[in-house]
Design a protein around this ligand. Structure first.
Ligand code: C5J
Length: 243
């Protein structure tokens, strides 16, 4: 009797366990860019407390590290517009009564403009060679990015989500992914909102009605599922050698 090879990882998630198939899973880290997380950026210009978002960086780094260690795909997104703002609707520029509008120059360069210092992923989560970086003009990661085609060519069926902000770009991207047939898991301590109530409401909406958008779990549940998967073949081998 051979060793039983278990490829699927069971993650204790809500509303019920999430079956993660590592051969077909990618991590998506949404918009962990300085514009939203550091003082002087777009989030700050709207009057938000950016420290709330900075607080999740270590947890997101831990999640990224799992994917890097296993050589599973990592995708980073940035909310970014072309320097001429031709991909930014005037309504988006006007919205919100910020102290600085999209395209205007702040402490980290032009807000939400590709190539500017503020548009870079925070240093602790900087993409490494081989990771995909998607500049997206919308809140969702599929609008005008070609990402769906890339994920399909990679055979990706499962997406694990992290990043900011929970109820805006993370939720929009997760809903877009769900509509395209991806099995989606949000790591709840690797995402954050400027508004705690919005994060809580988003999680409730995702898992409502049997997981109408997907699943939610803490990072520890993924780590535990991985540890259990590693232990399983050894246990199976032990069983096989028993008389
Ligand atoms: C926002 C985002 N909140 N990344 N963008 O405007 O969630």
């Amino acid at each position: 009797m051979g060793v039983l090879m278990v490829s699927t990882i069971s993650v204790a998630a809500r509303p019920y366990p999430y079956a993660l198939d590592p051969a077909h899973t990618a991590l998506v880290v949404i918009d962990m860019q300085r514009d939203f997380i550091e003082p002087g950026g777009f989030g700050d210009s709207l009057g938000n407390d950016v420290a709330r978002l900075a607080a999740i960086i270590p947890t997101v780094a831990g999640l990224v590290d799992i994917f890097r260690t296993h050589h599973w795909p990592v995708i980073h997104t940035r909310e970014a517009h072309r320097p001429d703002l031709s991909d930014c609707p005037p309504s988006k520029i006007a919205r919100g009564n910020p102290s600085l509008h999209i395209g205007e120059t702040g402490a980290m360069g032009r807000l939400l403009v590709a190539g500017e210092p503020g548009n870079q992923i925070v240093e602790a989560l900087a993409p490494v060679d081989g990771e995909i970086v998607i500049d997206k003009p919308g809140k969702g990661m599929f609008w005008a990015t070609g990402l769906h085609e890339r994920l399909q060519s990679m055979g990706i069926t499962h997406l694990v989500f992290a990043g900011v902000t929970t109820e805006v770009c993370v939720q929009t991207s997760m809903r877009e992914a769900n509509d395209r047939g991806y099995e989606c898991l949000l790591i709840e301590d690797a995402t954050e909102s400027y508004f705690p109530a919005f994060k809580a409401a988003t999680i409730d909406m995702i898992i409502a009605q049997g997981g109408i958008v997907g699943w939610v779990a803490p990072l520890a549940a993924l780590q535990h599922g991985l540890a259990q998967q590693r232990a399983r073949p050894a246990a199976a081998a032990g069983e096989a050698s028993a008389p």
